[in-house]
Design a protein around this ligand. Structure first.
Ligand code: GUN
Ligand code: ZN
Length: 435
């Protein structure tokens, strides 16, 4: 067993439903990666003398971040600014995505992508894979080495995109099934069925996506929704009887409790009702929405309709892997929305970056906070001495204020160590199959 000492902050009760920030200035006792006891440092130390001690005092210990929307092939093109979605896809994202046809290129990018995520403190992620099965294979293999809790899969499209990124429904199904058989439920990997967005997917391809989802028990589904006004108008031109964007997925049975839709900036009331009714989640990607000029996310309307929302970095339209930055940008947007916005205090920001993500990904039993019985996934934020964040934390007016400062000023450079299942990222991992 191991005793972890520090200031642990988490949100086991939803702060949008009256929950508060929980603070433990003390210790967690961890056995086989799982929290088995919470208590004071002195109390647990004397009750468990002789156990290994990991001292994380100074700074803050937060649950590992959960990124519910991030693109594996886009790490090298983060920062292509100044374009709306469809131009950005054509000029920046898709040419880079085409390069992942080469497995050795994909392998290098997978290494960069996974270290980008974990260095930022992300321990669980729903990842848009690549359009090439060989690249997705490499990603799953690398993620298993790192120990990231990753849900991902083959991205499929059969129209509009450049030809080398296109597939046909039968191949999409067969390649997806092969990948799922190899990786779904292996270690911490899970399979997701991923049509890129209905703009680039025919009804036949969405139908084959639904068949694959049916064929792989416990598989997830993710796609894009209502990101950009031009995109939305084009989708509704392409689909017959289009009530709204979500209907293009819903008619194929693709809206469910294991579905996560990215963006949903321009949601209609009917779509929010449908998402809530089916228990689907929404990945809110604030820096991407700002960088592409997609719009201001209506968080209040989502919460009022009972739609589950968590944060996504949406790298590479998003401007980096840090969910601290995404949280801050989410806060800015809600402030700018005035009375239509929702006040985001530090507890709500932490929830959106951790426990909300675990909930949206169906992993609340395992991760998202530091309760007894949960895996010890943690980010130790410990800014260098003398930096503005270090000064701010040392002079903070309590844990909530310290956490707000972490969201305001924290960056990947302030992440000292990241733990997944109690093991620091970068150290040898327990045998495969363990959570
Ligand atoms: N819609 C379809 N593909 C993408 C993508 O790669 N990024 C974003 N932000 N939106 C998309
Ligand atoms: Zn995206």
């Amino acid at each position: 067993m191991t005793l972890f000492l520090g200031t642990f902050l988490d949100t086991p009760e939803d702060p949008f439903a009256g929950g508060d920030l929980r603070v433990l200035d003390g210790a967690l006792l961890v056995r086989d990666g799982v929290v088995v006891e919470r208590g004071t440092a002195d109390g647990l130390r004397s009750a468990h003398a002789g156990e290994e001690v990991v001292d994380l005092s100074g700074g803050l210990v937060l649950p590992g971040f959960v990124d519910t929307h991030v693109h594996f092939p886009q790490v090298r093109m983060i920062g292509a600014l100044g374009m709306p979605l469809l131009d950005w896809l054509e000029r920046s994202a898709l040419p880079e995505e085409a390069r992942l046809a080469d497995p050795s290129y994909a392998d290098e990018v997978a290494g960069e992508f996974l270290s980008g995520l974990t260095a930022a403190g992300t321990t669980t992620a729903l990842v848009f894979g690549a359009h090439f099965a060989s690249a997705v294979d490499v990603l799953f293999a690398r993620a298993a080495e790192v120990g990231l809790r990753m849900t991902s899969g083959l991205v499929v499209s059969d129209r509009i995109l450049r030809p080398e990124l296109l597939t046909v429904p039968e191949t999409a199904y067969d390649e997806g099934l092969t990948l799922a058989k190899r990786w779904h439920g292996v270690g911490r990997n899970r399979y997701a069925v991923i049509p890129r967005f209905s703009l680039s997917c025919s009804d036949a391809l969405l139908e084959s996506s639904a068949a694959l989802l049916d064929a792989v028990e416990g598989a997830w589904f993710t796609s894009h929704l209502n990101e950009n006004l031009t995109e939305i108008a084009e989708v509704c031109d392409l689909f017959e009887d289009c009530d709204h964007y979500l209907s293009s997925y819903h008619r194929h049975g693709l809206v469910g409790a294991r579905s996560v839709y990215a963006h949903n900036v321009h949601a209609t009331a009917g779509e929010l009702d449908l998402l809530a009714e089916h228990g689907a989640g929404v990945a809110h990607c604030p820096t991407s929405n700002a960088a592409l000029g997609s719009g201001l996310f209506p968080l209040r309307r989502h919460v009022e309709h009972g739609v589950r929302v968590a944060l996504g970095s949406d790298v590479g339209a998003g401007t980096g892997f840090s969910l601290l930055k995404e949280g801050l940008q989410a806060y800015f947007v809600q402030q700018l929305l005035g009375s239509e916005g929702l006040r985001l205090d530090a507890a709500r920001l932490l929830h959106l970056a951790t426990s909300a993500g675990a909930d949206v990904l169906g992993m609340s039993e395992q991760v998202g906070d530091f309760s007894v019985g949960k895996q010890l996934d943690a980010v130790w934020l410990r800014p260098e001495s003398g930096t503005p964040l270090d000064i701010g934390l040392r002079h903070a007016d309590g844990p909530g204020d310290a956490l707000a400062k972490a969201f305001a000023m924290g960056t990947t450079a302030d992440v000292a160590t990241v733990f997944i299942g109690g093991v620091p990222v970068g150290r040898p991992r327990p045998p495969e199959g363990s959570w």
